[in-house]
Every structure is written in structure tokens, then in C-alpha cells.
Design a protein around this ligand. Structure first.
Ligand code: MN
Length: 192
């Protein structure tokens, strides 16, 4: 299967100034595209040649896994933003957040803390466990909950430096603080 860079659901400059046009050009246009190209090259002639992305993320290892997971993770990451976001969850998802974290505010505080504390490159996830409870996890590099079979991803927050360095330099905490202002809970609710 040949994978393609998925389209963005907004204009390339629509998330500015929180995520600038330049960052989207590099992060989406170059980094994400490179993971797609690498994956297409790596699966040729392998047992994953005709597999769908979820299966590759779950079952592969090494370079194929790293690139497949980065394709999967960036797809969710870029899809979850909107220039006109729904800023808070409601309904069943809000109830699940309250049950697992106490309140939406406490969830955001805990998620932010985990994102700021992640050492080096990686991802912070909100995912749903098989018993229905929600959990936050911190994964190094391309780490994805589908691979560790810990649950179904709802939010993927990229904290690799390429995500924020052009806009915030070393200040990851500022990126995380602003991140909430473009995260669209409507799209997250749709996958819950
Ligand atoms: Mn990235």
C-alpha cells in the first residue's frame, strides 16, 4: 500500500500565531512528508507491503515501526487542531474525563505537566483503556498506544523540538500552554 500525506483540514497559516505558517511548512510539509516517504520505501518487499497503517503500527518493529507510528501520530496531531476550536469537551467524553481525572481543569494540568516533563523527543497521549477509563501516557520517540496495546488514542501531543522550536525556541511550556487554544474537542469527541 502506498501511503500519502493526508490533507490539512485548515489553511497552512490558520493556526498562527500559536503554530506559525513556517512551523506548519516544516513540520507538516517536510517532517511528516519524510515519514510517509520513508514508510513507503521501507515496506516495499516486506510483509507489511499491503497492510493498513493500524496493523503496521501494532505489529512492526524498528525502522518500519518508527516511520509508521510517526505517520499515524502526525495524522492525529494535525487533524485535532482548528482555528475555530471547540475549547472544552462535553457529553460522554467530559463525563469520562471527570471520572478519570476529577475535572477538565485537573486533566489539563496533569497532561501539561507530563508534556513538559517528557525528556527528549516523544508524544503525550490521552487514550481510552479497555475498561473505558481514560489515561495519560508519555512515550519516547514515535511511541503509540496501539503498539503497546494500552488503549485507543484520543489525543496525540507532539513534543519533539521540531514541533515548537521555530515559534517558542526552548520554551516547551509556552507551546503547551498555547496548544490548548487550538485543540478542537469536537474532533476528539467524534472519535470517542
Ligand atoms: Mn512531529
Amino acid at each position: 500500500m502506498k501511503f500519502e500525506l493526508p490533507g490539512l483540514p485548515y489553511a497552512i497559516d490558520a493556526l498562527a500565531p500559536i503554530i506559525s505558517k513556517e512551523t506548519v511548512e516544516f513540520h507538516y510539509g517536510k517532517h511528516f512528508q519524510t515519514y510517509v516517504n520513508n514508510l513507503n520505501n521501507l515496506i516495499q518487499g516486506s510483509k507489511f507491503e499491503n497492510a493498513n497503517l493500524d496493523i503496521i503500527v501494532r505489529d512492526s518493529e524498528g525502522a518500519i515501526y518508527n516511520n509508521a507510528a510517526q505517520v499515524w501520530n502526525h495524522d492525529l496531531y494535525f487533524k485535532s487542531f482548528s482555528p475555530t476550536p471547540k475549547n472544552e469537551p462535553s457529553g460522554d467524553l467530559l463525563n469520562a474525563i471527570i471520572k478519570s481525572f476529577g475535572s477538565f481543569g485537573e486533566f489539563k494540568e496533569e497532561f501539561s505537566k507530563v508534556a513538559i516533563a517528557l525528556f527528549g523527543s516523544g508524544w503525550v497521549w490521552l487514550y481510552k483503556k479497555s475498561d473505558g477509563a481514560l489515561a495519560i501516557s508519555q512515550e519516547s520517540n514515535a511511541g503509540n498506544p496501539i503498539h503497546s496495546k494500552s488503549g485507543t488514542p484520543l489525543i496525540a501531543c507532539d513534543v519533539w523540538e521540531h514541533t515548537y522550536y521555530l515559534d517558542y525556541q526552548n520554551k516547551r511550556a509556552d507551546y503547551i500552554k498555547n496548544y490548548w487554544n487550538i485543540l478542537d474537542w469536537k474532533t476528539i469527541e467524534a472519535s470517542f
